[in-house]
Design a protein around this ligand. Sequence first.
Ligand SMILES: Cc1cc2nc3c(=O)[nH]c(=O)nc-3n(C[C@H](O)[C@H](O)[C@H](O)COP(=O)(O)OP(=O)(O)OC[C@H]3O[C@@H](n4cnc5c(N)ncnc54)[C@H](O)[C@@H]3O)c2cc1C
Length: 455
Amino acid sequence: MSFDANVIILGAGAAGLSAATELSRAGRKVLILEARERLGGRIFTRYDAVCDVPVELGAEFIHGRPPEIWDLLKKHKTVAREVKGENFCVRNGELCTCDFFSEGGSLLEKLNDRSPDESFLEFIERRYPSWKTDPKQRESVEWARKYVTGFHAADPGLVSVHWLVKGLRADEKIEGDRAFRIPQGYQLLTDIFQRQLASASVAIELNTVAESIRWTGRQVEVKARSVKGTLTFNGSCLLVTLPLSVLQASLLERGQEEVGAVRFVPELPPKKQEALGKLAMGKVIRVTLRFRERFWENLRPKHSPESKTLAKMGFLLSDENPFPTWWTTMPEKLPIITGWAPFKCTEAISGKGEDFIIDKALDTLGRLLKVDRQELEGLLGAAYTHDWQTDPFARGAYSYVKVGGDGAQRELATPVEDTLFFAGEATDLSGHNGTVHGAIASGRRAAKEILRSMP
Ligand SMILES: Cc1cc2nc3c(=O)[nH]c(=O)nc-3n(C[C@H](O)[C@H](O)[C@H](O)COP(=O)(O)OP(=O)(O)OC[C@H]3O[C@@H](n4cnc5c(N)ncnc54)[C@H](O)[C@@H]3O)c2cc1C
């Protein structure tokens, strides 16, 4: 089977779908090739019928008020709900309320991009040499470190301070300290794009894994594997929206390629390959547990100075492994709680199967809330998780820039000979990579580049 298009798009995540919408609107014949049996990529919404709510396995929050998402929601008469609730953390082994942002915030304000780039860990050692012995410094360092490893899922010894600053600045502009949820789940965005693409008759081939790309000036041939066998697709240009780690896997020596990785013939230019080496993929596994009741409603942490119950608990931050961070559905009072295992914690559970992950989540939650493990198990109604690390079409959660990697995102995003174009969260240039709105913005940016390049 052979198919001809003006533009072939690899990947039907937020970036690919948004680019396809813009290109088809401009009258281009677009074809999307997607390896999975579904659209959305790292947007992956399931549904819990008992609570009648969406359950996210990938993206859940809208970070702030990015126009890429809010404008779409407004147009489709949907209002996102703000996340509210009391934040708890563990101090001296006991749960108590705390304000995460003021705890680590002052340290994060000291990060700057005027000095030469350094890793977050190097910054800490330079600015707070006695942090290990000074209890006050130690506390703010620990909080800021949680932000780096927990929120960005990044290695503190690798992540670029310049990149962290860029992200903090970008967040400030969109009230990034506020978080919202889409009541119907992130799937709503995928559905909106899907409807727009269907009305523009954009062809989407699901279950179609691109394996090789032959390209020369304004001609592209993609060979892909599907249940129908090996398929060939021809276009005058290609938009690559594959996740960073999938692209990095594509650079492996021939014979070592793994599922999902694509081979470029000729190879990607050296500058592009260098850029790929300056970026890294953060690791996260999340698990959502639905219980028969909100058993934490009446739990009153023993040494909580306020003697508060956990009834209004929003987030809970701890050092407990492998799920140090948890959040509820507040302000919705549902018997649902989500555990977050970022960075090193992921390594301990990835590849071991869903039962293992759920088991470890129950262990951690039991220890944190001091609830008997068997009791928790008895209360459990359903559990939802997805291993993004072993998923061959994601190979990780979301990207970050390594120390010394200034400019790598721009290099990755740069088109090659008006034939290969690049989008996806890792190519976002506005400081919003690692997010859905960053991915949408990158798709729109790439669509503009393609339209400009076309005769
Ligand atoms: C656990 C988790 C939690 C997150 N939480 C949030 C959050 O709360 N808020 C937020 O804004 N963002 C969050 N994100 C990040 C957000 O989901 C991503 O930044 C965004 O969805 C990425 O979109 P994309 O189009 O760049 O990539 P993707 O969605 O990954 O799309 C790429 C597509 O390419 C396909 N593909 C891969 N290989 C091939 C191949 N060989 N052939 C064909 N197709 C291929 C993939 O299947 C995929 O559909 C989270 C991500 C994860 C994993």
